[in-house]
Design a protein around this ligand. Structure first.
Ligand code: ADP
Length: 266
């Protein structure tokens, strides 16, 4: 039986409720409740160590690969409790894809990078069409259509990252999580990815962790600002405020956010 997340509406695609995230006995992220808007771009910002990546990875159960990791609280995707005993994490990762900081194409051809996910999922349709459509959506098709058999690792960094986005798209996910996807890219490649994200939100809901405040203000509709507070067991991350990006950057409710935005923490 699917548990129902209280108050989850059609406008939200993911929801964390009273979520506490632990590595062993260390509480890394404290008591986060947040609804992620559907077909929008949400940025997670805040100082290093405040748990942005940890929270992001909870949304597709990527932290499960870490032995000491466990949670208290709930995480829902479309009213399904992602941490229910009956849920297969592999299926979760198919519906909720991830793009990492460092482009990580497989050492395979461009075509095979994109075809990989559909193939292991037993895709029965026209694979050539799916590969083309995914590369088009990732705004990479024109640059690679004549060299689909060449290795994905031979592309430039920005192209590799768009290839990784095409690979994520090819399994037709609902949500794409991006953990600092432009951190390893030059400014022009970064702009291309930002434009691409804006196109992609028509079809997908996107959550991006970024250290770059300007990027958050440029690309995202919603912004969640996190901070850390010291405890006797170390620093624990918490959600300070979550609102439309324009409000976070022009008229935040919390003094902490205002100071951070103004660069008063360096
Ligand atoms: P951010 O993305 O905001 O920089 P992280 O999510 O990487 O923050 O880290 C949040 C906290 O969790 C930090 O204190 C970090 O040291 C800790 N942490 C992250 N990954 C692990 C891990 N695999 N094992 C133990 N602690 C971890």
């Amino acid at each position: 039986m699917d548990a129902r997340a209280p108050n989850q509406t059609e406008d939200s695609v993911l929801e964390a409720i009273d979520l506490n995230i632990y590595y062993g006995s260390f509480l890394a992220v404290k008591n986060v409740s947040i609804k992620i808007a559907r077909n929008q771009i949400t940025s997670f910002i805040g100082p290093s160590g405040c748990g942005k990546s940890t929270l992001l990875r909870c949304f597709n159960r990527l932290n499960d690969l870490i032995e000491s990791f466990h949670i208290k609280g709930q995480v829902y995707h479309d009213n399904q409790d992602l941490y229910s005993r009956h849920v297969d994490p592999v299926l979760v990762r198919r519906r909720i894809g991830m793009v990492f900081q460092k482009p990580n194409p497989f050492p395979k051809s461009i075509y095979d990078n994109v075809a990989y996910g559909p193939r292991i999922n037993g895709f029965k349709g026209n694979l050539d069409e799916l590969v083309e459509q995914s590369l088009r959506q990732a705004v990479l098709w024109d640059e690679v259509k004549d060299k689909l058999k060449q290795s994905g690792t031979a592309l430039s960094g920005g192209q590799q990252q768009r290839l990784c986005i095409a690979r994520a798209i090819a399994v037709q996910p609902d949500v794409i999580l991006m953990d600092e996807p432009c951190a390893a890219l030059d400014p022009i490649s970064t702009l291309k990815i930002e434009e691409l994200m804006n196109d992609l939100k028509q079809r997908y809901s996107i959550v991006i962790v970024t250290h770059n405040m300007q990027q958050a203000s440029r690309v995202s509709d919603k912004t969640a600002f996190f901070n850390v507070e010291p405890t006797d067991k170390g620093k624990v991350g918490y959600l300070v405020e979550y609102d439309d990006t324009v409000n976070i950057f022009t008229n935040p409710r919390e003094t902490y956010t205002r100071d951070y935005i103004a660069g008063r923490f360096g």
